[in-house]
Design a protein around this ligand. Structure first.
Ligand code: GDP
Length: 463
């Protein structure tokens, strides 16, 4: 992206590509009003901000379309520059003609994310907020939408900025001490500095911790469906997805690779992964499938282990579950045993329950008839503890922020240890500077052209 061209007035179609009832062409920059006036039937420059003007788009005196031009004056716009949003009829030809007219009369085509980048450069939002705009548009479920919204309104960046300001204050006092190094003075009160570092570390630790949850909210909760062949894994996936995506068959070992699909339950996106059946096999392809299945289970947030509740004996269950759990590397992984095929069970229900008694977490279902699938999904929601997240809690969902926060955590921990060991100011100053750098990188107070173009080029044109 050419970052040196902020003097240009840019334009782009800001609505989704394709035909619609209406489309919006956005124009932003110093000359926005003047350029639009060249092809619009009414003057705009003197209009009040946030007013809409009905008029005609004209090419050599011929009407291209009747449109509504909305005027945003300078700082009051999204970008912080003079902006006109032209709402035209949504035909492709009309959209292209209007864009052509604007390009022929002084505007330049906007680069991907350039409107948002200008908003950042003009101080309308900080970097983490700009990134939230992208997340907001990309969000596919209620929870990730709420997070992006919260972040866009300021999220944790205000808190980070103010803590950073206080740290800058200390940094400058310590740098001052270095100037007077001969005289052994201490301008920066070490106890106060320790307190501040602890305060920042507490926030940073909380934010770093929230990332695993944030990731889940943004990308969906991975749930692996595991178990021996023919236990009903594919049938369960279909019941969860409510369609016939996975192949169901009576021949053992049909699901050789993993199948994955998403479904939104109570506002949370789940990614269900149907895996190859786990059994001892000579078949090479099946062995690879099983290896992948175990890998998926290790990556998943929750593992569902399916057994045939109607036929399994207590001894078989004990062996199967313990053998399976041995292959899962994280002993704290959420692990739910699912007793499937309860529709086949005849006889005493108490007898069925007693076989499973020794397990911590078990749920009985029939994937075939749909019995208690809701019970299973309720349990999944409960497992995630999502109820604890309100709209006001700060959750880090952005990979870049997470990386910067880890760096802050590292350097601040070093500052803290340095303070405990009474190390000299010059060493403290190095680690404090590092922390300041990474804190500033989150909100964009410290940024490079490369970083900016990397972030904004991921946006689409018109954003
Ligand atoms: P997978 O190998 O674990 O994926 O098992 P499938 O989903 O392919 O199911 C194997 C067989 O068990 C199929 O014939 C299914 O119709 C049957 N099946 C799956 N779930 C149930 C259930 O809840 N009740 C009954 N009676 N049969 C089931």
């Amino acid at each position: 992206m050419n970052l040196g061209s902020n003097e240009d007035t840019i334009c782009a179609i800001s609505t989704a590509p394709g035909v619609g009832g209406i489309a919006v062409v956005r124009v932003s920059g110093k000359m926005a009003f003047e350029y639009v006036e060249k092809v619009f039937s009414k003057p705009l420059a003197q209009s009040l901000s946030h007013t809409a003007h009905f008029g005609k788009m004209l090419k050599d005196g011929v009407v291209v379309d009747e449109v509504l031009a909305t005027v945003f004056q300078g700082q009051k716009s999204f970008t912080g520059e003079n902006t006109v949003e032209i709402s035209c009829h949504g035909g492709l030809y009309i959209q292209q003609q209007i864009l052509r007219l604007l390009l022929d009369n002084g505007c330049r085509m906007a680069e991907p994310g350039e409107f948002s980048m200008r908003a950042f450069l003009n101080g309308k939002m900080d970097l983490s907020q700009a990134e939230a705009v992208a997340d907001l548009i990309a969000s596919q479920n209620e929870a990730s939408h709420a997070q992006a919204m919260h972040q866009m309104r300021g999220g944790f960046s205000k808190e980070i900025s103010s803590l950073r300001e206080r740290l800058i204050h200390f940094a400058s006092l310590i740098e001052l001490e270095l100037d007077f190094s001969e005289e052994d003075v201490e301008f920066a009160d070490r106890t106060d500095l320790k307190e501040l570092v602890d305060e920042i570390l507490a926030l940073v630790n909380k934010l770093v911790h929230s990332f695993s949850l944030g990731n889940v909210i943004k990308n969906g909760v991975p749930v692996a469906i595991m178990g021996a062949p023919n236990m009903g894994k594919s049938t369960l996936l279909n019941a969860l997805l409510k369609d016939d995506r996975a192949i169901v068959s009576d021949i053992a070992g049909t699901t050789r690779d993993t199948i994955e699909d998403s479904v939104v339950i109570n506002g949370v996106q789940f990614r269900f992964i149907d895996t190859a059946g786990i059994r001892k096999t000579e078949n090479e392809i099946e062995t690879i499938g099983i290896g992948r299945a175990i890998e998926k289970a290790n990556q998943a947030s929750v593992v569902l282990y399916l057994v045939d509740a109607s036929s399994i004996t207590r001894e078989e269950l004990v062996t199967a579950t313990s053998e399976f759990q041995e292959q899962i590397s994280d002993p704290n992984k959420s692990f739910i045993v699912v007793g499937n095929k309860v529709d086949r069970h005849t006889g005493d229900i108490g007898e069925l329950y007693s076989k499973f008694e020794f397990l911590d977490e078990v749920v009985f279902i029939s994937a075939l008839t749909g019995k208690n699938i809701d019970g299973l999904t309720d349990l999944l929601i409960q497992k995630l503890n999502l109820g604890e997240i309100g709209n006001h809690d700060t959750i880090v969902t952005n990979e870049r922020h997470h990386k910067e926060l880890l760096e802050v955590q590292k350097s601040l921990t070093e500052v803290r240890q340095g303070l405990d060991m009474d190390i000299t100011g010059d060493f403290l100053a190095i680690d404090i500077r590092k922390s300041l750098h990474h804190l500033g990188a989150i909100t964009g107070e410290i940024s490079t052209d490369d970083l900016l173009s990397n972030i904004f080029s991921k946006f689409c044109i018109g954003k």
